[in-house]
Design a binder for this molecule. Structure first.
Ligand SMILES: CC(C)(COP(=O)(O)OP(=O)(O)OC[C@H]1O[C@@H](n2cnc3c(N)ncnc32)[C@H](O)[C@@H]1OP(=O)(O)O)[C@@H](O)C(=O)NCCC(=O)NCCS
Length: 328
């Protein structure tokens, strides 16, 4: 039986930094509020007119290929997880394939908001385990700054831009790689977290533009509560059905949305913070890209055989958890 494993991992953050000091000159906020409520000090922002998420994605894919000596011609499928596509169509994946020189791959975009990475990983796993493909790239590319309302102090400190690319390949070794995943969706999330206009329900018009409805709206308190409860229960579910306790798991890697959410989930799941991978302080919430950027940052710390639990929560609401045995 084939298993799917992560066989390469790279990430890219744009150079420009927007720190709390700079933000406090744009809206009525301050470093102390942002640090204590959210745990973010700075976020990276792509300031290149005409460049969208694909620019970030291409950079991450190019780094992946270079670092792991991958021939782009060998890639059969590229799955692009993004909530910030360059255009409504064509797909951002098709633009990334062209930009990163993937000549033999087919590609599509998928939208699962901040849960995009784990959902894409489940898809890649299904393709690999069924034998349909042998080399799949997942690229999570999010130019969040394109949808953030920089006049709304309750949301603009939270988000940053970034991308990560992951190679998924088969292994015949048993008990390693991507072992299990649990996923959920609940449409009640729409009222709490959405971009109201610009889609087919409310196409762009002067009125929607004037109302700022092409930007991200969030009811932070409601999202916070659902995020804690659902990342916690899905992490506990995946551990229970794989007979794992927190002691067995080397690291919990949660979606990086808010340090307080991460700490609440870790505490209730009985993970000491030294077993929780966190990089939100210098990235902000990069949506689908947050988990793979964090994994990439800590990859030198991870050992073959380490048991990892990944958990994410985002718009929809869409959430879940995955169990991996590291094999890189
Ligand atoms: C957004 C979030 C940080 C707000 O934190 P909170 O503790 O819930 O804060 P509240 O919204 O209750 O606001 C508390 C006060 O701070 C104020 N405030 C909000 N943003 C502020 C800012 N950037 N700076 C200073 N004060 C701010 C509010 O106006 C409010 O003031 P009031 O009490 O006088 O009305 C928090 O709700 C959150 O992280 N939610 C989840 C977000 C998330 O993870 N989203 C992505 C999921 S994928």
């Amino acid at each position: 039986m084939l298993n799917a494993r992560i066989s390469g991992l790279a990430s890219y953050l744009p150079d420009d930094i927007l720190d709390n000091e700079m933000l406090s000159k744009m809206v009525d906020t301050n470093d102390e509020w942002i640090t204590t409520r959210v745990g973010i000090k700075e976020r990276h922002i792509l300031h290149m007119p005409g460049k969208g998420s694909s620019y970030l994605g291409i950079k991450a894919v190019e780094k992946l290929f270079k670092e792991y000596n991958v021939n782009p011609d060998d890639i059969e499928l590229l799955i692009c997880a993004t909530s910030n596509p360059d255009y409504r169509f064509p797909s951002t994946g098709s633009i990334i394939c062209e930009g990163a020189g993937l000549k033999n791959a087919y590609s599509y975009d998928m939208e699962a908001a901040c849960a995009g990475f784990i959902v894409a990983l489940q898809e890649a796993r299904a393709y690999i385990c069924s034998g349909i493909y042998k080399k799949v790239v997942i690229v999570c590319a999010e130019k969040m700054s394109s949808m953030v309302n920089y006049q709304d102090r309750s949301t603009c400190p939270l988000f940053g831009d970034g991308a990560a690319a992951v190679l998924v390949e088969p292994t015949e070794e048993q008990g390693v790689g991507i072992i299990d995943g649990v996923f959920h969706v609940d449409g009640i999330g729409r009222e709490h977290l959405l971009m109201k206009a610009g889609g087919s329900a409310y196409p762009a018009c002067q009125e929607t533009l004037d109302a700022g409805e092409h930007l991200l709206f969030q009811d932070g308190r409601a999202v916070y509560k659902h995020a804690v409860t659902n990342m916690l229960t899905s992490s506990l579910d995946i551990m229970k059905r794989n007979n794992l306790t927190a002691d067995d798991v080397a690291y919990l890697i949660p979606h990086q949305a808010n340090l307080r959410i991460i700490e609440a989930v870790a505490d209730r799941a009985k993970f000491p913070m030294e077993k929780v991978l966190v990089n939100i302080e210098h990235t902000g919430n990069t949506s689908a890209a947050s988990i793979p950027i964090c994994l990439d940052e800590y990859k030198s710390k991870l050992k073959k055989g380490d048991k990892l639990v990944l958990t994410a929560f985002g718009a929809g609401f869409t959430w879940g958890a995955m169990y991996l045995v590291w094999d890189l």
